[in-house]
Design a protein around this ligand. Sequence first.
Ligand SMILES: Cc1cc2nc3c(=O)[nH]c(=O)nc-3n(C[C@H](O)[C@H](O)[C@H](O)COP(=O)(O)O)c2cc1C
Length: 348
Amino acid sequence: MDSIGKNIKLTLSGASHAPSVGCVLEGLPCGFKLDMDAVRFDLERRRAGNYALATPRREADDLIIVSGIKDGVTDGGPVSVTFPNREHDKNAYSPVARPSHADYAAWVKSGGAEDISGGGRYSGRMTLPLTFAGSVVRQLLKADGITVFSHISYIGSVEDAPFDPVMERAPELDPFFPLVDRTKREPMERLISETRDRGDTLACGLECAALGVPAGLGEPLFSGVESTLSRYLFMIPGLRGIDFADMRVLGSEMNDQFADGGRTVTNRSFGINGGIANGMPLIVKVRFRPVPSIGLPQTGYDLIGSKPVPLEIKGRHDTAILPRGAAAVEAAVCLGLYDLLLDHKRES
Ligand SMILES: Cc1cc2nc3c(=O)[nH]c(=O)nc-3n(C[C@H](O)[C@H](O)[C@H](O)COP(=O)(O)O)c2cc1C
C-alpha cells in the first residue's frame, strides 16, 4: 500500500520515470484558505536544480491541481495533485541494479514487473508529492499555533551547531541552506564540491523541530509520537536513522529537571516522554545515507542476465540528499503531527 494516515489519508502515486508523480490527500477541513505561494515555496526548496551544488538535473515541478482546492480554498473533497515528469533521461539508466540502491530489491519484489528506471517508486522524486501534502498540512498546523522548521546538522564531517532544545522561537534560517551557524555553509559547500568532483557522495543529517506542540499529543503504546512520525519519515528514500532524544550515557546526565509550568531545563527528551508530547520543543534528528549513485567504478547486478557486472553510473545525481531533503523531512513531520493533532483535539 502506498497510503498512510489514521485521521488523514495520504496516497502517493507515480514513479521517477512514469508520466507523472502525484498524491491524494483526504481528511482536510472544508473552506480552509491556503497560501499557494507558500506551498510553491516549499516545493522550490526541494526542487532538483534549485541550487548550484545539488543534482544538475533540472526539474520544473509544475503543480497541477486536479481536485480538492478551488481558488486556493479546500473544498472538503480529496486534494488530488499531479506533477508531470518532464526532465528524465531514460537512456541514463540501464537494467543493471546499482549497489545499495533499491533497484535489486524492487526488481525481486515485483518479479521484474515494475519500471524501476530512475529508482521507480523508490526515487527521491516521490518526495515531491510528499512535500506538497506536508506543505498544505503545515498551514493547518500553523493555524493551531504549531510551527515546523529544520537545519542541516551535518554534511559529511562538517557539523552545524545544534538547535537550542529549550528554544522558545525558531532561529533565523536560510530556507534553502538552513544552518544555525551560517559560517558552516562555506566548508559544507566546499566538501560537497570536492566530493562530487571525485565522483563520490556524502552522508548528511538534519534536525527538525516543532514548536507549539501541545502537551498530551500522541497516543499511548502503538501510536506514540515517535512511531507515528517514523512511519511518515521512513518513506523518504535514503533516510536510515532517527533519534528522538539527545542521548547521554548516564541517567543523571539525561534526565530533564523540571521548571515552572511543567517545562524542563534541558529537554534532552526532545519533547517526548512515553510517546506523548510533553510541551517542550519537539525535536527529531534524522540521518541520510550517502547517495548510492556514485560516479566511481563499481560492481552492479545485471537483472536480465542474473550476474554481477562492472558498472559506471553516468546519470545526473545528488552528492548529498541535503539541503533538498529538508523540505521533505519537514513535510513528513507536519503530516505525522497533524494526524496526531486530530486525535488530540477530539480528546481535549
Ligand atoms: C531528495 C532526494 C534526492 C535523492 N537523490 C538521489 C540521487 O540523485 N541518486 C541516487 O542514487 N539516490 C538519490 N536519493 C536516494 C535514493 O532514492 C535512496 O537511497 C534509494 O531509494 C534507496 O533507498 P534507501 O537508501 O532508503 O534504502 C535521493 C533521495 C532523496 C530524498
